[in-house]
Design a protein around this ligand. Structure first.
Ligand SMILES: *Cc1c(COP(=O)(O)O)cnc(C)c1O
Length: 480
């Protein structure tokens, strides 16, 4: 950028601006940069100096000589280097109260699953090696027995995620065939998973029946033709059709399918092995119930209500599952060994459902007693009030504990309000949006909600060990 009209001050500043090599020399003698890879230091130095040059040429009014000292430049280089050295994927504190928060990574793994994952990741394993016979084995077999044991299904197979499970099943069972689905079940899940679009990509032909609010067995019957390949039920996980409604049960669909020798599939989405009605929550269809109703294929996610790693699980009729395993596309959707290591252990926990509810974080957070959340909220409120004395008297920090509703999230139990407790924060002279931003940019980032002009931290999804991070973030905000 050549500018003929640079003024005296700009000319002087350009002269004062140190060169990249000069700053690199200075950095060499600074212990802060000892363990930083050289390319990172060079990149940061170049970037800071380029920014300074831009400011000079842009005639930035607040720019002064002091911005051109080695110390000033090195200070900015260090900040940039620190940012660059952090992993892009960071651990965050989920203060939203949404338990299966898709944007924040859905489910946290149980401790035993984490341990097994680390063990398998750090060594060789029998991923595709049959230790009993010394032959090549199948990775799918590693979780098949346990899936069949806890679900009652005949056969099982796992892929990368549930979208993949649905796609692979349709591609195997109904290519160029009509798949009958109720208009009330043509769901879109966040992140552009839409049943009609997945169907089209798989080569299956969507045959919609019924209306948005009411679909009857006769609608399915009337739609049957030579070219029907599958009857599909989709669990409307992230919304609910209420009011004047009618839907055909899975049992009825299975009966119709049997009569016409047609397979029946159910996409459960957020499949669960636990009956949530036992914990004062809305009844969700369990995986076992779907199996018992006789569906040929059932698909669900590993990381929604199941509380395991991202995975797509397919269970059901052995003949059909064998065909799915043989589908060449299965290779493109295949599950990796770290997922298998975590999934196997998570599934084993379901052998004792009462223990699973305590050991699997997603289930623990969904079923945690309100009194526990209340205690945690009061503890956080106390810790925050304590920082006001004696130094922060004038901080303007105001804290209270309030009733709150948390959500299950992950497109599950959409109408369920989980009674919860939250700590609500305001700081005099600071907008709630600024508080939200400062918390989000904290290390570790703290993701909360804004309600009624207050910054809200729902304690359902915050762990005890995370309270101290919240307190120090607020301290930092007050100080600045
Ligand atoms: C979530 C969901 C999917 C997609 O599952 P992923 O594990 O996110 O790929 C498919 N169908 C239904 C009904 C769902 O709820």
């Amino acid at each position: 950028m050549v500018n003929n009209e640079i003024n005296e001050k700009q000319r002087k500043h350009l002269k004062l601006l140190p060169g990249v090599d000069h700053i690199l020399e200075k950095a060499k003698t600074n212990s802060l940069f000892n363990d930083i890879p050289k390319p990172v230091v060079i990149k940061s130095v170049r970037s800071v100096i380029a920014k300074r040059r831009e400011s000079i040429l842009g005639n930035n009014k607040i720019f002064s000589d002091s911005d051109l000292t080695d110390a000033s430049i090195l200070f900015d280089v260090e900040k940039l280097v620190q940012e660059d050295m952090q992993s892009n994927l960071k651990r965050v504190i989920n203060a939203t109260g949404v338990v299966v928060h898709t944007n924040l990574g859905r489910s946290l793994l149980a401790k035993a699953a984490l341990e097994n994952m680390a063990k398998i990741a750090g060594g060789y394993s029998n991923l595709e090696f049959d230790l009993l016979n010394g032959r090549r084995g199948s990775r799918y077999s590693l979780v098949e027995d346990i899936l069949c044991e806890i679900s009652g299904a005949e056969s099982a197979m796992v892929v990368n995620n549930n979208a993949g499970a649905v796609f692979l099943s349709l591609d195997t069972v109904a290519p160029q065939k009509e798949v009958i689905v109720s208009r009330g079940e043509l769901v879109e899940i966040g992140g552009s998973f839409r049943i009609p679009d997945v169907m089209e990509k798989s080569g299956a032909i969507l045959k919609e029946v019924g209306t948005t609010n009411r679909t009857h067995l006769k609608d399915y019957k009337n739609a049957l033709s030579e070219n029907t390949g599958l009857l599909l039920k989709v669990h409307t996980s992230n919304y609910s059709v209420v009011g004047f409604t009618a839907a055909v049960s899975l049992e009825q669909m299975v009966e119709l399918g049997n009569k016409h020798r047609l397979p029946v599939m159910e996409d459960l989405g957020s499949g669960t092995f636990v009956d949530f009605s036992k914990y004062n929550m809305t009844k969700e269809p369990t995986i076992q119930e779907s199996v018992a109703s006789g569906a040929d294929i059932i698909t669900f996610s590993g990381d929604k209500l199941l509380g395991g790693p991202q995975a797509g699980i397919i269970i059901g009729n052995k003949i059909i599952i064998d065909r799915i395993k043989q589908n060449p596309l299965a290779r493109a959707l295949r599950i990796d060994k770290l997922t298998l290591a975590a999934l196997e252990i998570t599934l084993r926990l379901y052998r004792e459902p009462e223990k699973a509810v305590k050991a699997i974080p997603t289930l623990r957070m969904l079923t945690i007693p309100l009194s526990d959340i209340k205690n945690r909220a009061e503890k956080l409120a106390k810790l925050l009030s304590d920082i006001e004395e004696p130094d922060f008297n004038k901080s303007g920090l105001s804290v209270n504990v309030a009733n709150m509703s948390s959500r299950a999230g992950g497109g599950a139990l959409p109408l369920l309000d989980l009674p919860s407790k939250a700590v609500r924060i305001s700081i005099a002279g600071m907008s709630v949006n600024s508080i939200e931003k400062a918390m989000r940019r904290n290390d570790p980032p703290i993701i909360g909600r804004i309600e009624e002009d207050l910054f809200v931290l729902d304690l359902r999804t915050i762990h005890n060990e995370e309270l101290a991070f919240i307190v120090s973030a607020i301290k930092q905000i007050i100080k600045n």
